[in-house]
Structure formats: structure tokens, C-alpha cells
Design a protein around this ligand. Structure first.
Ligand SMILES: C[S@@+](CC[C@H](N)C(=O)[O-])C[C@H]1O[C@@H](n2cnc3c(N)ncnc32)[C@H](O)[C@@H]1O
Length: 216
């Protein structure tokens, strides 16, 4: 994996504030969702867009080895620090990778993890094709993503999507990610709709679940 330097004031600020901004949501239930989701991660695990490494403490011994990827150098710095301080550090490899062009061979992971990432990658369809490619047959994508809601929430999300993306480093609040996963080569196995606790209305609709790479 290579180092892809990402610079710019916005990227530095986003990385510096990320954990603090998310803390009220984490404390109000998002952390519990991460724990439930990541308890299912097993075997050789790849995490996409790992950010500051919020997921690091939630992996269990079922995850035999973990590759955490992140393309933003400001996030990557924090991710490396979090991993170095973790008791699981020796099982975790870290590096820069674009989820739309993963530097890994076909069928090389049992689990891929994506939390709050499909909102930000430039091409979610391409990312899901890559996830399908690097998963072993029967391997699983575990996801938790904020998504397009319904009715007045959806209207508000479409209105604020562009300005929000400009301040939040490309995060789109109006992506129908559940439809994108359903239309991908992965097979949706479990889908739960919920809310991101303590989030503003346009970031609140949340999905969590599991999709697999079919065996044949
Ligand atoms: C909202 S943060 C989520 C961080 C973390 N996964 C979490 O659950 O808190 C979105 C992350 O996606 C990363 N990202 C942006 N473009 C990406 C890409 N093309 N491939 C992989 N990750 C990307 C960002 O750098 C950022 O760390």
C-alpha cells in the first residue's frame, strides 16, 4: 500500500475535529452499533476509509488479522497513533488505499468493513465492485452508513448535499446506499434501518447490515 498525501486546510481540520464532533453520537449509541457490527468481523479483515481509527477497539479475537486503509494523510496520522496505542497493534496493518482501486489480490479477505465511508467515496458502485472482488466467495461486507431518508428529510438532504459535501470533505448526505448495495454484485443478507443518535436531521437516517459475495 502506498502513501497518498492529502493536504489542505479543510482536510486537516476535518481530521482534527472528527472524533470530537462524533463523540456525542458515539456515546448515545453509535459506539454500541459499531460493537455489534464488528463482533461479526472474522478471519482476514479489510477496513475501508478507517479515518481516525474509531473502530479499532471493537474488533474481537475472531478477526485474525486486520488491514486498515485510509487515503487521507491527516486521518492516516491519527489512525497510526490509535493503532500504536492498541493492544491489538501487532495484528493490524495500516496503509493508504482508495476504496475504488484496492491494492489487494482477488478473494483475499473474509470480511470487509465500511462504516460511514460509502457516503464519501467518489464512486460507491465501483467501490462495491472492488469489495466483491477482494472478498473470498462467502466472505462478508459489514456496513453501517448514513443514507438518504424519506419525505421531508430527503428533500432537505438534497438541498444541503452540495454545501455539506464542500465542508465535510466530500461526504454526501443524500446517497441511496441501500439501493446501491442491492444493485451491486454482493447479496444483501441483513439490513436494519435506524438513526444516527444526536445527529442533525440530514445526517440521521442510518443503515446497518451485512452483504456477502455469493459462493458461485
Ligand atoms: C466520515 S469518515 C468515516 C471514518 C470511519 N470509517 C468512521 O467510521 O468513523 C469517511 C472516511 O472515508 C475516507 N475516504 C474518502 N475517500 C475515500 C476513498 N476514495 N477510499 C477510501 N476511503 C475514503 C475519508 O478520508 C474518511 O476517513
Amino acid at each position: 500500500m502506498s502513501e497518498t498525501p492529502t493536504s489542505g486546510f479543510r482536510s486537516r481540520l476535518f481530521a482534527a475535529l472528527y472524533d470530537r464532533v462524533l463523540a456525542p453520537s458515539e456515546e448515545a449509541g453509535l459506539a454500541e452499533r459499531r460493537r455489534e457490527l464488528l463482533a461479526q468481523a472474522n478471519g482476514r479483515v479489510l477496513e475501508l476509509g478507517a479515518g481516525t481509527g474509531i473502530n479499532v477497539p471493537y474488533y474481537t479475537d475472531a478477526a485474525e488479522s486486520i488491514v486498515m486503509t485510509e487515503p487521507d494523510s491527516n486521518m492516516l496520522k491519527r489512525l497510526r497513533r490509535k493503532i500504536a496505542a492498541s493492544p491489538q497493534a501487532r495484528f493490524i496493518e495500516v496503509g493508504s488505499a482508495d476504496a475504488g482501486n484496492l491494492p489487494f489480490p482477488d478473494a483475499s479477505f473474509d470480511t470487509v468493513v465500511s462504516t460511514l465511508v460509502l457516503c464519501t467515496v467518489p464512486d460507491p458502485e465501483r467501490t462495491l465492485e472492488e469489495v466483491h472482488r477482494v472478498l473470498k466467495p462467502g466472505g462478508r461486507l459489514l456496513f453501517m452508513e448514513h443514507v438518504l431518508g424519506k419525505g421531508s428529510t430527503a428533500r432537505r438532504q438534497h438541498l444541503v448535499a452540495r454545501p455539506w459535501a464542500a465542508v465535510a470533505c466530500g461526504c454526501r448526505c443524500d446517497r441511496p446506499t441501500h439501493d446501491t448495495i442491492s444493485a451491486s454484485p454482493l447479496e444483501l443478507q441483513e439490513l436494519e434501518h435506524g438513526r444516527m443518535p444526536k445527529a442533525t436531521k440530514f445526517l440521521s437516517p442510518l443503515i446497518q447490515g451485512r452483504a456477502i459475495r455469493p459462493k458461485a
